[in-house]
Ligand binder design. Sequence first.
Ligand SMILES: CC(=O)SCCNC(=O)CCNC(=O)[C@H](O)C(C)(C)COP(=O)(O)OP(=O)(O)OC[C@H]1O[C@@H](n2cnc3c(N)ncnc32)[C@H](O)[C@@H]1OP(=O)(O)O
Ligand SMILES: CC(C)C(=O)C(=O)O
Length: 517
Amino acid sequence: MSRKIIVLDTTLRDGEQVPGAKLNVQQKVEFAQQLKRLQVDIIEAGFPASSAGDFQAVQEIARSVGDTVSITALARAVKGDIDAVYESIKLAQNPLIHIVLGTSDIHVEKKFSRSKDAVMEMGVEAVKYAKTLLPNVQYSTEDASRSEFEYLWKTIEAVIKAGATMINVPDTVGYAVPDEFGEMIRKLNERMKNLNPDVILSVHCHNDLGLATANTLSAIKNGADKVEVTINGLGERAGNTSLEEVIMALKVRENSFHCHTNIKSTELLRTSRLLTYLTGLDVQVNKAITGDNAFAHSSGIHQDGLLKDKQVYEIMSPEEVGAESMELILTARSGRHAFKNAVEKLGFDTSDAAEFEVLFDKFLTLADSKKEVYDHDVFYLVTNHRTLDVSNNHLYELESFQVITNDQTPTATVSLKKGTEILTGSAVGDGPIDALYSVIKNLIGHDVQLKDYKISSLSRGKEAIGRVNIRIEHNGNVYSGRAMDTDIIKASALAFLNGINGAVLDAAQECPTPVQG
Ligand SMILES: CC(=O)SCCNC(=O)CCNC(=O)[C@H](O)C(C)(C)COP(=O)(O)OP(=O)(O)OC[C@H]1O[C@@H](n2cnc3c(N)ncnc32)[C@H](O)[C@@H]1OP(=O)(O)O
Ligand SMILES: CC(C)C(=O)C(=O)O
């Protein structure tokens, strides 16, 4: 009998803790919609007590995708955090409160300076309080893999008796090795089954020693029924267990695990690429499943073998992870049917015929300038169109630019549009990009520091498209920006403005415009 493994995706919580991976509300909702298409069981949408922006993002995700997917968010064992989680997820059909509290001596002594019993009591009280709000509560024993086993169990026993419905065992610092971690899960599973067989045992691993996937799979073999994972393995430090690796391991080695998930594997690559696009954080080329070379065969003996039979060097086909579906690209030669199909596939309503014509016009303008239009471009086109004018008026658009470069005084002249206002200026710099970014910084009048600039070439299609990813710092926060164009100077300007607009949107979310009346 094949056992169902529950998949919780924490890209929007643990993944978003990574510097540069900060997303705005619209981007988080877009990514959550893709997670829904991927058919994850639970989305961990954020840490709502951490900021007004994160609270709003979790709330919006609960409202817009929480009809079929369970939504959770993280809280410390603190009443205010639990209230923030409850308030932000309560609109979802199946909300789950997630509480974390350390169980290792290091956490108890160094972080809390309390006795072990006192820390355990904090956890029990937090669960009891959460249960007054919702029936489903997950408790995470932070740093479980470095905890003294009998104290870990005593804590788990106490929080289950207090009402916890899921116990999540994290290898918080990626210290575990597969046989030890598997053995710990086997023992916990045995005791939990005796105490209350309905409580779900879950694991959450980090990749500090490159063992996150191996530890997660070992836990599954030893009885874990739920895994916490992220797309591309994005997460604190060296990251979390990568969703795509666990899913394909369970699928390809079904004969070894006898487990299945609900995940639609053909959506894996699309989800990975969307995350890369939104965060600007590239996947290493040799990354399993989602790296550019994951299905590329370069040496003669391998190519010869593959031509004779794919199975010689392929344990799974690229189509299984959605490689084919990535090639559906709209252009200025696409008609209304293709565009409508793309808009609806992203979950937008197209029943307003007049609005659809406006959107189609905007699409043709974009396709003329951008040549190839992907799903994420369509998503932005529609959401930008539907965003209230008040927020659009805060965003900057590139109106025109001219860059003259030489080895003496590279100079850039730029016109930006902000609402109905046109801002124009010139500046010199150490090079053409420095001049370009100097004039944009002068025009917007904010203190923005460029932290990272990366340019790469996208070889698909006959136009050589330059892709620019940047990271900027504004008011102590790091924002990423990205853009693609056949003109790399234009792509550089657009990526910089994309990052700046992210910061502007973030500021608008933190301090919403007061409602009049
Ligand atoms: C393993 C993980 O990934 S856990 C999740 C990590 N995610 C985050 O940290 C989310 C982003 N964090 C934040 O926005 C902020 O840190 C906040 C809002 C959570 C807290 O901010 P602040 O109140 O300013 O506290 P700060 O972060 O400086 O310190 C953490 C405090 O929480 C306490 N704390 C830490 N973990 C827990 C916990 N699980 N339960 C209860 N208290 C905790 C610490 O002991 C410390 O309290 P102290 O001031 O009494 O020493
Ligand atoms: C909140 C918990 C599950 C966590 O992220 C960790 O311990 O790494």
